[in-house]
Design a protein around this ligand. Structure first.
Ligand code: ADP
Ligand code: ADP
Ligand code: MG
Length: 657
């Protein structure tokens, strides 16, 4: 076994690997860039080596610097995590040549599987069912159109070197190919330095089901069952679970066997994932193999009890697997929510910044469930524009799928982040949706359920009562301080479109709220003015909500629901009803920047006539290009920015006449 391992990665995955190494008594070294000098991983590792500037191309992607750091510290092996150099066969070869162990598969397997075109050919030869399409490179747009038309629309245009949801685009028409092919090619070139593109059939409304495999250097390969990752935006996973609600024993076995056959055919000798798209009828087709640890590996660990990082390390050290397929069993159900620095109310666009507040839920056993939070950040840290905008991965385990979902809902409720946009309200919404609970999901889930974009969920009656009680409690604390003679028992609570006259009985901080024939009891309140989180117990159930003072009341968010709640005297409630509703500013004639970023191009000029759907501008943020299209027909009145400009969120780029 190794005595010292270098981790060529950052963030939560570096922290995750350190935890296993500590348990195994292995010393750790992390490398870090300028942006990560004060990071949690650097703090936790036994040693840390500075390797350069914040852009990954100056640090985490430079093999020479990693090798130097290994030499300098005497580490015997390198764990690459995921992303960065993890699927780089050249890097694995280079380490081997230097006598350093790469904690991952052999370079031949990476080469064969790391490339989507090659791996598809390989899988087909190994008897694995693959997505119908053209298994080869495409030269230019004309060629792309020809292939797309042979396959039949819709098709998916894919970068052979693609990953992380980048370099992928669906085309429904010839026009989509004309636009999409050059765009995917440009994105592939800039993200992966490789612009080979292929096209395959787009399977409509599919599910993403993948098999975790594990091999050793002695020819043994097992699978650790499946994960379902169908809840995706931009072809990238946000919620994953294990096992999959789609599979029956027969399909599970067939998929597992195909995955193992593929791994065996390629001489696979580490942890890896064979990804499939599956139809609702449980037909399935190979998508790609990821020759590395996967972001969503915690759900597999939670249902199998196997530490995948430990297994990767043992296998890399030459140990044979200590268990066979028969020893592996599925125990219970696990969910993972990826907490991202992205704004669900604005099309999930990245929203980076400082974690002014970062307060995760308690980890470990919670009743009969388990909560696990894989994070690499602390309060005060920055989610920078240089890397993946993931804040943490929140996982829960329960005896059943419902139990895991319930635990996730509660854990998300207790996760409080401020300082940047984050997707917690969105994740909470999914946990509360009957369709998600029914397990009838697909990769279209987000588009189906939130066709107009995510705007939060409307309040349930129980939530209206809960938020009303919270507002009354805060109002009482504030009134007692500022104007005790205004304390009274009868109030009117206005929450959204709802008005409710209530009578409050308060004793020792506990509250009873009566009104409209309903009575609720609020207990265990310890809120003080200024605190952004209000915790308590309402009708016997623990809860937490975020609160912010606002005109005559508070903005309160419980899970996916945000409401402006006012506490009024009966007299002012009467007046309030007579006020005309406020109008939002009219932005229908403007194209606003949906996120902070760089203007790549402005595709319209003053006076130009444009039609709905035409490209107005292209923005880039976090290495992702976003095409902004006209949402109406019209004539351009003003163009306020030019290519190369940096713009803020909501900045007016173009105005229509
Ligand atoms: P896939 O969808 O192919 O399974 P995953 O969702 O598992 O990919 O994410 C892996 C990809 O996500 C990596 O290739 C990398 O681009 C990106 N990624 C996510 N988190 C990190 C991180 N902490 N460090 C580096 N890359 C990351
Ligand atoms: P990446 O390397 O970015 O993970 P994948 O090939 O795994 O790329 O595709 C990412 C996601 O895109 C899949 O999880 C799936 O939801 C969707 N997808 C990919 N190929 C197809 C296809 N042919 N038909 C339908 N959906 C697809
Ligand atoms: Mg994938």
């Amino acid at each position: 076994m190794f005595s010292k391992i270098l981790i060529a990665n950052r963030g939560e995955i570096a922290v995750r690997i350190i935890k296993t190494c500590r348990r195994l008594g292995i010393k750790t070294v992390v490398v870090y860039s300028e942006a990560d000098a004060d990071s949690m991983a650097v703090e936790m590792a036994d040693e840390a080596v500075f390797i350069g500037g914040a852009p990954a191309s100056e640090s985490y992607l430079v093999a020479d610097k990693i090798v130097d750091a290994v030499r300098q510290t005497g580490a015997e092996a390198v764990h690459p995590g995921f992303g960065f150099l993890s699927e780089n066969a050249g890097f694995a070869r280079r380490l081997a040549a230097e006598g350093i162990v790469f904690i991952g598969p052999n370079p031949k397997a990476i080469e064969a599987m790391g490339d989507k075109i090659e791996s598809k050919k390989f899988a087909a030869r190994a008897g694995v069912s693959t997505v119908p399409g053209h298994v080869g490179e495409i030269d230019d747009t004309a060629h792309a159109i020809k292939i797309a038309e042979e396959i039949g629309y819709p098709v998916m245009i894919k970068a052979s070197a693609g990953g992380g949801g980048k370099g992928i685009r669906v085309a429904w028409t010839r026009k989509d190919v004309e636009e999409g092919f050059p765009a995917v090619r440009a994105e592939a070139k800039s993200s992966f330095g490789d612009d080979r593109i292929f096209i395959e059939k787009f399977i409509e409304s599919p599910r993403h089901v993948e098999i975790q495999v594990l091999g050793d250097k002695h020819g043994n390969v097992v699978h650790l069952f499946e994960r379902e990752c169908s809840i995706q935006r931009r072809n990238q996973k946000v919620i994953e679970e294990a096992p999959s609600p789609l599979l029956d024993e027969k399909t599970r076995k067939a998929m597992g066997e195909q995955a193992v056959a593929l791994a065996q055919a390629v001489g696979y000798d580490s942890a890896g994932t064979v990804e499939f798209v599956a139809g609702q009828d449980r037909s399935f087709f190979f998508l790609e193999m990821n020759t590395r640890l996967q972001v969503e590996h915690p759900v597999t660990e939670l249902i199998t009890g196997v530490d995948l990082v430990e297994q990767m390390i043992r296998v890399a050290a030459g140990e044979p697997l200590a268990f066979g397929q028969k020893d592996l069993k599925i125990n219970g159900w696990a969910m993972e929510s990826r907490i991202y620095a992205e704004d669900p109310y604005r099309g999930f666009l990245p929203s980076i910044g400082r974690l002014v507040r970062y307060s995760p839920p308690e980890e470990g056993a919670v009743g009969a469930a388990v909560v696990r939070n894989d994070a690499g950040v602390r309060e005060g840290d920055e989610i920078s524009m240089f890397y993946d905008p993931m804040i943490s991965k929140l996982s829960t385990w329960g005896k059943s799928r419902d139990a895991a979902i319930d635990a996730m809902g509660r854990a998300l409720e207790d996760f409080h982040i401020e300082g940047l946009g984050h997707n917690i309200p969105f994740l909470a919404a999914v946990m509360d949706q009957p369709r998600f609970r029914s397990g009838k999901i697909s990769t279209n889930y987000i588009k189906d359920e939130f066709p107009e974009g995510f705007q939060g969920l409307p309040p349930t009656e129980a939530q209206l009562d809960l938020m009303g009680a919270v507002a009354l409690a805060m109002h009482r604390v504030l009134t007692r301080r500022a104007a005790p003679d205004l304390l009274r028992d009868d109030w009117v609570v206005v929450a959204g479109h709802n008005q409710r006259a209530v009578r409050v009985t308060a004793s020792n901080g506990d509250f009873t709220v009566e009104g409209d024939g309903r009575t609720g009891r609020l207990e265990n309140v310890d809120w003080r003015p200024g605190q952004p989180v209000f915790r308590g117990r309402y009708d016997g159930v623990d809860f937490s909500v975020t609160v912010k003072p606002a005109a005559e009341g508070f903005i309160i968010r419980h899970r996916a629901t945000t409401l402006h709640v006012l506490v009024l005297t009966p007299r002012s409630a009467e007046l309030h009803q007579k006020l005309p509703p406020k109008k939002a500013a009219d932005t229908s004639k403007m194209v606003l920047s949906p996120m902070p970023g760089l203007v790549v191009s402005i595709d319209v000029a003053q006076g130009q006539e444009v039609k709905t759907g035409e490209i107005v501008a292209v923005l880039e943020a976090m290495k992702m290009q976003n095409i902004l299209r006209a949402e109406r027909d019209g004539v351009i009145k003003t163009v306020n920015v030019k290519s190369g400009d940096s713009v803020a969120a909501d900045e007016v780029l173009v105005e229509f006449a």
